[in-house]
Write a protein that binds this ligand. Structure first.
Ligand code: AMP
Length: 442
C-alpha cells in the first residue's frame, strides 16, 4: 500500500515524498484514515513503529484546512518527557513544512517567557509535558476553548511517572467536543479507564504484541562479572564500526557518569545523558550525539523511550533494566523503521533468573555471545621525559596487582592525575589489557 490511498491531502503527500517515506507503517495504515474521519483512537504501539507520524500527519492535514480563530491552539500533544516532546515537535515541524501551521513546545527547563511570547503570538499546535501545560493554563496564559484534538502519547509512561492526575485535569479543561487519541505501548487498567472516561467509541489498534521486540534487532546476552563490564564493553566497541552511534544504558545516574568518564578516559567520544543534568546540558549532549560529534550516548532510562536518533546500530544494556518493559524500549532505540541493529545485555552470574523472566516477557531466548578478550600482554610504553619529571621512563603495566586493576575499574575519574597536573599522558588513554587503539574522537 502506498500513502496515496490513505486519505491525506495532496499537500501532505508532497511533504511525505520530500521526506522520503514510501509506504505507511502498519499503525499509520490503520490510524491515519480513522483520525482523518474524526474518530478517537486507542492504539497499542511501541516507539519505532512510526506512531508519531500516525497521529501527526493527519493532525497537520486537518488543521491546515480548518478555520483559524485568533490562532488559538487547536491541537495538544502530551508527552511524558521533555526529550520526547521536543522530538515530537521536530517531527511536526517536518510534516507541517508546506503549511502555515505553527507549534510551541511547553516543557519544563525552558525559559517560560519565550514560551509565553509564542503563545501570545498565536500557535496552532502545542506539544507539552503535562506539568507545564497546567502551569501555563493556571497563569492564564492559555485559552483552550478551540482545542479540537488531543494526543496522549506514551500513556503507559505517563502512568509510570505519576502524570495521570495531571492528564485527567488537562482533559477536563478541554472542550467536550474534540478528538482524543491515546497511544501506549501497553494498555494497563488505568489507561483503559482514561479511554472509557474520555473517548467516544475509539478505534482500537494493536500493531505489535505487547512487549514484542522488533525483528530487526539482533539480540545477545553477554555473561560478565560486574567488575569486568567496562573492559568487556570496550572490547565490544572495538569490534563495532567506529562511526556508528551507540547507546549505553545504565540503571543509575551515578553509573552513567562513571561509565562516561571511563569511556572518555579510554579515548571514546562519549556523552552522559540523564535526568540530573540541566536541560541545557541534556540538549547539548543530545545535539552532539545527533550531529555525530560524540559516538556514544551513555544514559539512564530517561532516554529509553521516544529518543529517535537516526542510525543507532548498537544498544548496550550495561545494567539489566529494573523493569523488563524498559528492555523493550531501550533496545527499540536501534533497528528502527526497518533498519537493522544490535542489542547486547550484560548479565551477571547472579542475574540468570532475571534474564529468564525477561525472556519470558519478550517470548524469545536471547542467544549468548562470548566476547573474545585479548590476552594480557606486557606493554611497555615510553613516557616522554618532557611530560614526566622524576618518574620512571618505562611503565610495565603487566606488573599491576589485581587490586590496582580493580581500583582502576572502580575509579574511572580522569580528573587531575597526581603528579601529572591536568595533563593526561598518552599511556593512560590506552587499555593495556586489550589490543584497543582508542577510537578517534569524532
Ligand atoms: P516513531 O515510532 O514515531 O518513533 O518513528 C520511528 C521512526 O520511523 C522515525 O524516525 C520516523 O521518521 C520513521 N518513520 C515514520 N513513518 C515512516 C514511514 N512511513 N516510512 C519510513 N520511516 C518512517
Amino acid at each position: 500500500m502506498s500513502f496515496d490511498k490513505i486519505g491525506l491531502s495532496e499537500n501532505l503527500l508532497k511533504t511525505i515524498r520530500e521526506i522520503g517515506y514510501t509506504s505507511p507503517t502498519p499503525v499509520q495504515k490503520e490510524a491515519i484514515p480513522e483520525i482523518l474521519q474524526g474518530r478517537d483512537i486507542l492504539a497499542c504501539a511501541q516507539t519505532g513503529t512510526g506512531k508519531t507520524a500516525s497521529f501527526a500527519l493527519p493532525i497537520v492535514d486537518i488543521l491546515q484546512n480548518s478555520r483559524k480563530r485568533n490562532r488559538l491552539p487547536r491541537a495538544i500533544i502530551l508527552a511524558p518527557t521533555r526529550e520526547l516532546a521536543a522530538q515530537v515537535e521536530e517531527n511536526i515541524i517536518q510534516y507541517a513544512a508546506n503549511t502555515a501551521l505553527s507549534t510551541v513546545l511547553l516543557v519544563g527547563g525552558e525559559i517560560v517567557t519565550t514560551q509565553e511570547r509564542k503563545l501570545k503570538k498565536g500557535v496552532d499546535i502545542i506539544i507539552a509535558t503535562p506539568g507545564r501545560i497546567i502551569d501555563m493554563f493556571e497563569r492564564g496564559r492559555m485559552v483552550l476553548t478551540d482545542v479540537k484534538l488531543i494526543v496522549i502519547d506514551e500513556a503507559d509512561r505517563m502512568l509510570d511517572m505519576g502524570f495521570m492526575p495531571d492528564v485527567d485535569r488537562i482533559l477536563a479543561m478541554l472542550p467536550r467536543l474534540r478528538q482524543t487519541l491515546l497511544f501506549s505501548a501497553t494498555i494497563a487498567p488505568e489507561i483503559e479507564r482514561i479511554s472509557k472516561q474520555y473517548q467516544i467509541n475509539p478505534k482500537q489498534i494493536t500493531v505489535t504484541r505487547t512487549s514484542k521486540t522488533a525483528d530487526t534487532i539482533d539480540q545477545h546476552a553477554v555473561y560478565v562479572e560486574p567488575g569486568n563490564k567496562r573492559k568487556v564493553m570496550r572490547q565490544i566497541l572495538v569490534d563495532h564500526p567506529k562511526d556508528e552511534p551507540t547507546i549505553v544504558f545504565c540503571n543509575r545516574k551515578r553509573d552513567v557518569d562513571i561509565v562516561t568518564k571511563s569511556l572518555t578516559k579510554h579515548g571514546y567520544a562519549a556523552q552522559a545523558f540523564h535526568g540530573d543534568m540541566s536541560q541545557h546540558a541534556r540538549n547539548e549532549a543530545l545535539d552532539s550525539f545527533k550531529r555525530g560529534e560524540s559516538r556514544i550516548l551513555v544514559t539512564s532510562d530517561v532516554a529509553a523511550r521516544g529518543l529517535d536518533v537516526t542510525g543507532v546500530t548498537l544498544v548496550i544494556n550495561f545494567d539489566m533494566p529494573v523493569s523488563n518493559e524498559d528492555y523493550v524500549h531501550r533496545i527499540g532505540r536501534t533497528g528502527r523503521a526497518g533498519k537493522s541493529g544490535k542489542a547486547i545485555i550484560f548479565v551477571a552470574p547472579t542475574e540468570k533468573g532475571k534474564l529468564k523472566r525477561l525472556e519470558q516477557l519478550i517470548k524469545m531466548t536471547i542467544p549468548s555471545l562470548t566476547i573474545e578478550m585479548p590476552k594480557k600482554e606486557e606493554i611497555e610504553i615510553e613516557v616522554p621525559t618532557s611530560i614526566v619529571k622524576e618518574r620512571p621512563q618505562k611503565v610495565k603495566t603487566q606488573h599491576r596487582s589485581e587490586r590496582s586493576i580493580k581500583e582502576e575499574e572502580t575509579t574511572p575519574s580522569i580528573g587531575p592525575i597526581i603528579g601529572f597536573g591536568d595533563f593526561i599522558p598518552a599511556f593512560m588513554l590506552v587499555d593495556p589489557y586489550s589490543k584497543i587503539t582508542p577510537a578517534p574522537i569524532v
